[in-house]
Design a protein around this ligand. Structure first.
Ligand SMILES: [Zn+2]
Ligand SMILES: [Zn+2]
Length: 269
């Protein structure tokens, strides 16, 4: 059984655990090594058993725990060629432990089949990831300015999807962020707003997703209640009952969330 657990989510740091048939991998290591190892211990995972860390991009909220983790634990690191170059530049990673993987190519880590897909974000070469085990498939798509065809293709057909729901556009526009930062976030290579995240969620659910985890919420320009409300409203408008047909949840900002099983047939939480 494939399982997904967010360890932390938001601009303060991102990390997510995917486990299946004895293989454990993280996607991103954007909180301290201490917090990651504590979270893994809490989930009953020996950090030494971590096979790999997949990195979406080099922003510090996705890699800030990596340098310490590399020194203490023997896992391998996978990233797009552009992100891998940025990592090699910033962190002392033994070359044999750093694997550059082309977006849209498949690679295997233990029991798990992984695939990176390109995202549109203001960094070298960002990606999201899908992870699959025996037809159970999850996708993580955060830190993207807009939903491109490769993102949609990756997300559709996954049973558990972790999707960015970063900000409320009106709150951002009327908030305290300076204009240049607002433009960066709202831009094509920025972050996905609640409405766009909700639209992606609707499409994922219509294609068979049973669990939607809203992630990477802005602390300033969003709240879990607001993100949930927007997604629930869009699902209802599309004829999906968010209390009966699907499980919609928000990834906690600073602590591990529940363990979400990925099930091939429709499942409810
Ligand atoms: Zn970023
Ligand atoms: Zn980020």
């Amino acid at each position: 059984m494939l399982c997904v657990t967010t360890l932390a989510s938001g601009s303060g740091g991102n990390s997510l655990l995917v486990s299946g048939r004895g293989t454990h991998i993280l996607i991103d290591a954007g909180i301290s090594c201490r917090r990651i190892t504590a979270a893994l211990a809490q989930l009953g995972v020996d950090p030494m058993q971590l096979s790999a860390v997949l990195i979406t991009h080099e922003h510090s909220d996705h890699i800030c725990g990596l340098a310490t983790m590399v020194k203490k634990l023997p896992f391998h690191i996978y990233a797009s060629p552009g992100t891998a170059r940025q990592l090699a530049y910033r962190i002392a990673i033994p070359p044999q432990r750093l694997h550059a993987v082309e977006p849209e190519s498949t690679f295997t880590v233990g029991s798990l089949t992984c695939r990176a897909f390109p995202t549109s974000h203001d960094c070298a070469q960002s990606t999201g990831y899908t992870v699959e085990l025996d037809g159970q498939r999850m996708a993580l798509a955060t830190d993207l300015g807009h939903v491109t065809a490769p993102v949609l293709k990756a997300v559709l057909g996954c049973q558990v999807v972790v999707l960015e729901s970063n900000h409320d556009v009106d709150w951002l526009r009327s908030g305290t962020y300076p204009p240049y930062l607002q433009q960066r976030i709202l831009g094509d290579r920025g972050h996905l707003c609640n409405e766009a995240g909700a639209e992606l969620a609707v499409q994922a659910v219509q294609a068979g997703a049973h669990t939607v985890i809203l992630a990477h919420l802005s602390q300033e320009n969003n709240t879990p209640a607001r993100a949930l409300e927007v997604t629930r409203r869009r699902l209802l408008a599309a004829g999906v009952d968010p209390d009966r047909d699907v499980c919609v949840t928000v990834a906690p900002r600073t602590e591990p969330g529940p363990v979400w099983p990925v099930q091939k047939e429709g499942a409810l939480c």
